[in-house]
Design a protein around this ligand. Structure first.
Ligand code: G3P
Length: 487
């Protein structure tokens, strides 16, 4: 292919990419951004701390968990000190994610120092079923010039525990400088407005500069709310976009049927689909549910890896070495449909190459889950048949299939550096605990039904009352508008 043809292809790809991004998530791309990938608490926490320490005017924070532990206290005390120096702190914490610190009045000294504190969706008569929506974002904005977006919360849990020989959690965040910072701020202002609040008058959204920060890097901020489900559509479109590679890391993998089938279809089309999830999760039942999804993915040729370390909490995806997303969205129903989430998409070969490098390093510390010999042979056989078909249709596609077939045959030999595990035993244990849990619910329903029914009654009651209040307020507004018109 000559240079001209290459350019033509590239600009066509950009056009398709832009169209997919805008139609699925309404996310504009910002050019010439500076994005730094930050790994784990050891890289993220010091960067957050130093950036806040250097703040001159304001710090905006949206945080799902702000824990009352060593790192939480360190951050709270830093925020108090900055507020006392005249730097305006605005913190939106999730009421449910921070329930323990709220009950312990952990944020009181910060509020007393003058910081603006907003609890997202606290329980109350007006909360209703909206209580299911949580602010799952993890972001910081410093003085309008720097932002951090990640999967990490403010908690020592991410640091592990050296005394108990617990290593730090695996997680990923980014530091952003450039016009995309304004998008993080706009997302923050929108969260405030969802809680009937607004930014203090002294804080204004900076104008887009269009200035070059660091060359050609393109980035966009995907701000998901329960009413737009932006990331869900973008995640599905990213699967459609991947031509050769789709590498996914997820902490709480419980995808919908829609998403699982899209992964299966991609694998059938010859895309090298790999999923990395925790082996030992801090929320064990989710890991068990994840394991019941493995078999159909493996049968389609998707490769599944379980990370061997303490906990992998990252939420990231890479498509074809040119597109990636990093942020707070887990691949499950809550993140896609109920929560406020914040993710960054990156369209830049160098930055995506770094993420690919980290992903492959993570695989070195993971166990591949494989089918047993008989099933693996059947999958191989059907892949070969598909490969023959595709080869006749599309040479480029066929190359991708060939590459994946080679890798799969290696995987089935079980000679991966990280080791492998047959799916059967994990799946059996997962179904065993799910079965026991269902039985447990049945026993509860039989002998202590109120334990299950009371929360549902409360939720429905609160939901009903708050919806009525909303309707009455609307009616009152309409009436007073009509009165104004007629007078
Ligand atoms: O919901 P996530 O992904 O922020 O994870 C929070 C975990 O519950 C931390 O233990």
């Amino acid at each position: 292919m000559n240079m001209e043809k290459n350019q033509e292809m590239l600009s066509l790809n950009h056009q398709i990419l832009a169209q997919l991004r805008l139609r699925s998530s309404n996310t504009p791309i910002r050019h010439n951004q500076s994005i730094t990938i930050l790994n784990n608490s050891s890289e993220n926490f010091p960067e957050w701390y130093a950036a806040i320490e250097s703040a001159q005017h304001y710090v905006l924070i949206e945080m799902y968990i702000f824990a009352d532990n060593d790192f939480g206290k360190q951050m709270r005390d830093l925020l108090i000190r900055k507020q006392q120096q005249g730097v305006q702190i605005v913190l939106v914490y999730d009421w449910f994610g921070c329930i323990v610190p709220v009950l312990k009045r952990f944020f009181k000294p910060l509020q007393k120092a003058g910081a603006m504190l907003v609890a997202y969706n606290p329980i109350g008569f007006a909360s209703g079923v909206g209580l299911l929506s949580r602010n799952h974002r993890k972001s910081f904005v410093i003085d309008g010039h720097t932002a951090f977006v990640s999967g990490l919360c403010i908690s020592s849990a991410w640091q592990g525990n050296a005394h108990k020989n617990v290593a730090e959690w695996r997680d990923i965040g980014v530091k952003i400088q450039g016009d995309a910072v304004r998008d993080v701020m706009a997302a923050f202002a929108d969260t405030l407005s969802s809680q009937n609040q607004k930014l203090p008058e002294s804080i204004v959204l900076p104008a887009f500069s269009g200035d070059e920060v660091s060359g050609s890097l393109r980035a966009g901020v995907v701000a998901t709310t329960p009413s737009d489900n932006n990331m869900m559509r973008l995640d599905l479109n990213a699967i459609a976009l991947a031509n050769q590679r789709l590498w996914i890391t997820d902490a709480y993998f419980m995808p919908t049927r829609l998403y699982t089938q899209a992964l299966i279809n991609a694998a059938h089309a010859g895309v090298d689909v790999r999923i990395l999830v925790p082996k030992t999760s801090d929320i064990r039942w989710i890991a068990r549910v994840s394991r019941t999804r493995y078999r159909e993915l493996l049968q389609a040729g998707v490769r599944v890896f379980e990370w061997n370390g303490t906990m992998i909490h990252a939420k990231a995806a890479i498509a074809d070495g040119v597109w990636a997303r990093v942020g707070s969205t887990n691949l499950n129903f809550s993140s896609w449909h109920f929560n406020r989430e914040l993710d960054v998409i990156i369209e830049d070969q160098n930055t995506v190459a770094q993420l690919c490098h980290h992903f492959l390093k993570d695989l070195d510390n993971a166990t591949e889950i494989v089918l047993n010999d008989i099933e693996a042979a059947a999958v191989r056989e059907s892949r070969q048949a598909r490969f023959r078909q595709l080869k006749a249709m599309n040479r480029q596609q066929a190359k991708a299939v060939a590459r994946q077939m080679l890798e799969l045959s290696q995987a089935f030999k079980g000679n991966w550096h990280s080791g492998s595990n047959i799916v059967d035993s994990r799946e059996a244990n997962a179904y065993l605990s799910l079965g026991l849990t269902l039985l447990g619910f049945a026993v509860l329903l039989a002998f202590a039904p109120y334990l299950l029914v009371v929360p549902i009654i409360v939720l429905l009651g609160v939901g009903g009352i708050s919806t009525l209040i909303y309707a009455l307020r609307q009616k009152r507004k309409i009436k007073s508008k009509q009165k104004d018109k007629s007078s």
